[in-house]
Design a protein around this ligand. Structure first.
Ligand SMILES: Cc1cc2nc3c(=O)[nH]c(=O)nc-3n(C[C@H](O)[C@H](O)[C@H](O)COP(=O)(O)OP(=O)(O)OC[C@H]3O[C@@H](n4cnc5c(N)ncnc54)[C@H](O)[C@@H]3O)c2cc1C
Length: 304
């Protein structure tokens, strides 16, 4: 199918792009990698009158580490996240999960900003943003604001972004070198959208008990969710098999994932239980073995 007629604009600066969005109001739409928007336009599920192409805004393409985190420009491609040496060192769960986004060709074009703005409940990067409580920077013509990922996602394909705004950056915290981490997803074939996913970070104390624990789930609700509150009482215990089972049970308590042609609610719950067990196991193993390697906070910017 072909998209409905639209007017194409390709601004050279962020200011110009924001001015265009201000002028076009509800009829204008940003296009970044086009990997979600173009299929939707082809199927006439989206019919913007104006497309504001931000691909010339090179200022939005960077991976920039600082004292406690890493700023990532919204136009950074999934493939660049996957290959980033800085992210592998300071926040390795991001390149690991980016590898699971679609296929190579999709990762060459799709962007982190597009993934956040599209807000698919099974998408990898929004899940990590919720797990790590990333901060998003959002610009309009006369304002720049910050918002946490946990407030940004409102419902399936719905965020707090306004039509006159552009998401300019995503800030992830550094994962401490003595912290275990893991990302796992369940899909029917490699490259397919995940049916469910889970991501975890965990710190152990010197006696091997859990000191810090964060867990987020994808495909469990209309948005990626943090289940930290449901599992807080398990901190302080040793992460053995009995503990993992109890954490998974508490994490999934009261959840009712959707049922559709791809999987029933019960299928999704069963796969979530397995996936949670996998991320807890891998995180506890990494928390044990990866102690000692000190992350470097060299304030260099990566050439993309
Ligand atoms: C076959 C196939 C398989 C895929 N598999 C996966 C997968 O497994 N996991 C996954 O996460 N994704 C998957 N995708 C989607 C892909 O990752 C997209 O790249 C991503 O969802 C959107 O990024 P984009 O840059 O292409 O955004 P676009 O398609 O250009 O835009 C998507 C939406 O975001 C808005 N937008 C984009 N950038 C900004 C910005 N900076 N500020 C404000 N609004 C913005 C657009 O207006 C639009 O509404 C798949 C796509 C295809 C075609």
């Amino acid at each position: 199918m072909k998209p409905a007629i639209f007017t194409y604009r390709r601004p050279a600066t962020l200011h110009e792009a924001l001015k265009l969005l201000e002028e076009t109001g509800d009829e204008g739409k940003v296009i970044a990698g086009g990997q979600s928007l173009v299929p939707m336009m082809n199927m006439r599920l989206a019919r913007p009158e104006y497309l504001v192409d931000i691909n010339d805004l090179d200022d939005l393409r960077y991976i920039h580490p600082f004292e406690e985190g890493i700023d990532i420009g919204s136009l950074t491609r999934h493939d660049e996240l996957e290959r980033s040496a800085i992210l592998r060192r300071l926040c390795p769960i991001v390149p690991t999960a980016a590898h699971f986004i679609g296929h190579y060709a999709i990762r060459q074009r799709g962007t982190i900003g597009g993934s956040m703005a599209h807000a698919d409940p099974a998408a990898e990067l929004p899940l990590l943003a919720v797990l790590l409580d990333a901060t998003l920077t959002i610009a309009s013509l006369d304002n720049t604001r910050s918002q946490t990922a946990r407030e940004f996602f409102l419902s399936m394909y719905t965020t707090d972004l306004q039509p006159n705004e552009i998401l300019t950056a995503v800030r992830f915290p550094v994962i401490p070198p003595d912290s275990g981490w893991s990302f796992k997803e369940f899909s029917r074939r490699a490259g397919d959208f995940a049916l469910v996913s889970a991501a975890c970070t965990m710190q152990l104390n010197s006696s091997g008990s859990v000191e810090q624990l964060h867990l987020a789930l994808g495909g469990a609700d209309l948005i990626p969710i943090s289940v930290d509150a449901s599992i807080a009482s398990f901190i302080g215990e040793r992460p053995d098999a009995r503990w993992r089972q109890a954490v998974a049970k508490a994490a999934l308590n009261d959840l009712e994932p959707m049922s559709d042609v791809h999987a029933s609610t019960q299928d999704r719950l069963d796969w979530l239980a397995l996936t949670v067990d996998q991320v807890l196991t891998q995180s506890s193993l990494r928390a044990n073995v990866e102690i000692g390697e000190q992350a470097s906070h060299t304030p260099e910017e990566e050439k993309l």
